[in-house]
Design a protein around this ligand. Structure first.
Ligand code: ADP
Ligand code: MG
Length: 374
């Protein structure tokens, strides 16, 4: 069993410049199951790399425990564990060629030459590095170095794989291709992977489960659909999804069986569907945030189907889709549309919103009103 368990994992750095301590990882606990592809997702500086380096045995653990399988690995050196790693700045051996770098871990373990050649051929295909095999690291671009580092990781037959932003230096086409290959390899071999990224699209595409971090604290763990559709708080709701979720600050009042959400900042009143009120009972008059995703917000050509009229602020056609910023009663809303629309600033358009897909959050704590029931 190669599951990875972290319990109250904590990292405190001494920051010499400000003579103070930095709580980089704050009592993080989770289990990555055997064979699971788990993605640690969060903005730059939230503690992803520190978490992964502690699991890898590369960083001293300030507090908490790390288990690989049933073994407590806190005090074990990386070499004592069968862990393959690809770190963003994981040094390649400068005097060795790309070929020698990639096969190094296999040679070091005394694998027979023929087997090494077969493994190398597979990895060369996956990462498309056939034409640079005889070069040395200094003769490679950042993206090429990163692929070699990833090759040296995936060529191994390890219990667990730890990867820190392994695609960050690749251009977008190669990043997509390599992402697909990593996914394919994982579906084939079902190994335990913890993969760090700040890119929510990458996380949604790759993960069996996503662990979202902010400011050293684990916010939510769940399948991609879970964290996307049922974000536990405003941070997760805003971080996952592109373009980001629309947020409207306001409060609910109930009269004669109808529930009206009134914006604090704009002259906008929304009649909420009954389904949304299930979680909002008892929250009348409290400060809330109504969140609605751009793809649940529509531009309507036929005016009679529109709930509202909106004023175009800016429209961008992005190939497959369009992103429209409108103002409804002054309140800015982002709408996902079809591409290639001809829309001019200040033009009036019809707007229709699937409010039953909205999510209500407590403004003060940031938590979704659904989060207890989920
Ligand atoms: N060696 C270090 N000394 C002091 N602070 C550090 C050190 N390494 C990281 N940090 C701080 O810890 C926090 C988390 O960093 P890191 O784990 O690299 O985040 P991420 O990988 O999510 O960008 C950041 O505030 C960073 O500045
Ligand atoms: Mg990092």
């Amino acid at each position: 069993m190669a599951e990875i368990t972290v319990q109250d994992l904590t990292k405190i750095y001494q920051d010499e410049r400000i003579h103070d301590q930095v709580m980089a990882v704050d009592h993080v606990s989770f289990t990555c199951n055997d064979g699971e592809f788990m993605v640690l997702l969060g903005p730059s500086g939230c503690g992803k790399t520190s978490t992964l380096r502690m699991i890898a045995g590369l960083e001293e653990i300030s507090a908490g425990k790390v288990f690989i399988g049933k073994t407590l690995v806190n005090d074990l050196a990386p070499a004592d564990q069968n862990v393959a790693m690809a770190f963003e700045n994981y040094a390649l051996y400068p005097p060795l060629t790309v070929r020698e770098n990639v096969v190094f871990p296999l040679k070091a373990r005394g694998m027979p030459k023929v087997e090494i050649q077969n493994k190398l051929r597979e990895v060369v295909d996956v990462l498309d590095i056939g034409d640079i095999l005889d070069r040395r690291p200094a003769e490679l671009s950042g993206g090429q170095q990163q692929r070699v580092s990833l090759g040296r990781c995936i060529i191994r037959d390890a219990d667990v794989y730890l990867m820190d932003e392994p695609l960050s230096h690749l251009d977008s086409e190669l990043r997509l291709r390599t992402r697909g290959e990593l996914k394919r390899i994982h579906e084939l071999n079902k190994r335990t992977v913890i993969y760090v990224t700040h890119d929510q699209v990458e996380a949604l595409a790759l993960a069996d489960r996503i662990a979202v971090m902010d400011n050293g604290v684990l916010q939510q763990i769940g399948a991609p659909a879970q964290v996307y559709e049922h974000p536990i708080n405003l941070f997760v709701a805003g971080f996952i999804g592109e373009p980001p979720m629309n947020f409207i600050n306001g409060t609910i009042s109930t009269a004669e069986g109808t529930h009206i959400f009134s914006s604090f900042d704009y002259d906008l009143n929304i009649q909420l569907p009954e389904s949304l009120m299930v979680s909002a009972r008892g929250w009348e008059k409290k400060k809330l945030v109504l969140g609605i995703r751009p793809h649940h917000t529509h531009m309507v050509h036929e005016k009679e189907f529109a709930q509202r009229s909106g004023k175009v602020v800016i429209y961008e056609s992005l190939g497959e889709e369009g992103v429209l910023e409108v103002e409804v009663e002054g309140c800015p809303l982002t709408i996902l549309t079809e591409p290639e629309l001809r829309l001019k600033p200040r033009e009036t358009v019809g707007v229709s919103v699937d409010w039953e897909n909205a999510i209500l959050f407590d403004e003060e704590s940031g938590y979704s009103l659904n989060s207890n029931g989920d």
